[in-house]
Design a protein around this ligand. Sequence first.
Ligand code: ACO
Length: 322
Amino acid sequence: MINTGIRAVESYVPERVVTNDELSNIVDTNDEWITSRTGIHRRHLSTGENTSQFCINIGKKLLDKTGVKPEDIDLIIVATITPDYATPSVACQVQKALGCGKAFAFDISAACSGFVYSLSIADKFISSGLYKRVLVFGAETLSKITDWTDRNTCVLFGDGGGGALLEPVEKGGIMAEDLHARGDDISLTGRHHVVENMVCKDVEKGFPYLIMDGRAIFNFATKVVPDSVNKILEKSGLGFEDIKYIIPHQANSRIIDIVARKLKVDISKFYINVDEYGNTSAASIPIALSEMSSKALLEKGDKIIITGFGAGLTWGSMLIEW
Ligand code: ACO
């Protein structure tokens, strides 16, 4: 059995920071409301860089850090709901820019669960023994599908990306996973493309932005995340005392508080940085991992649980031994 390990993690966020006060100039909101309901103080927004550029920057850092040559990469996976184009995929743009001539490359769409889903996919390719080095990214420019006149959503999201280089390891790495989808619930949708062509002209109007029933998503997340984390522990025969950190998708600090309470785990076990970035969808978990790695919070042998939830609806968790 070949295990899949994370050799390095990196991230990239645009420099431009937008505070809650700055948002209150464009919609009827205020710092107190946003902070108390979400824990978000700031978000980083792109001033023009697209999702592919975030991934290219992250990919360069990963190759520099590890000394792995571009031609040794076998596969590139990008989790995103905000690609630059419908085609080519962001992954193909990254393949070209980094010079990973041997790699095959594709994007996946699983919203905020995208990074967890992508790690799972990469793990299957590596554990098959057919492929050795995989770059996995979670990256979003959510600002381009955000309705900047809708205070219900525009205060929540930010732009950025993170990524990891995965390789076979003898011990540890990805140890357990729990993945789900529930396609009958559309309480969160984004950029609706309607069919309009030479034989179909009486079309409903599409909508270019994210639309969300915040309450429904809140209730969904606070139910499925504790269930999924518990399943991971059941599958792996571990208890919370064995887990160093839980890294949840960073959507809202109140959701994380409730999850911690339901799991009866001290909140200090959860890594939280939503205050700085807002909700960056597929990027939030790899940004958190990269921050934790650069703060030396993760040591070889540490066991962590990552857990994502989002549009689709999708959700999933994974146990990783660092
Ligand atoms: N500023 C001020 N007031 C606001 C704002 C704002 N930015 N947004 C909404 N309000 C108002 C509402 O209009 C409402 O006013 P009303 O009572 O006069 O109608 C009031 O605040 C309360 O609104 P609620 O929606 O009930 O507020 P709630 O406490 O539920 O918090 C929130 C809203 C923060 C969106 C919460 O529901 C939430 O976090 N949900 C989860 C969202 C999430 O995580 N989404 C991302 C999923 S990940 C992905 O896949 C992209």
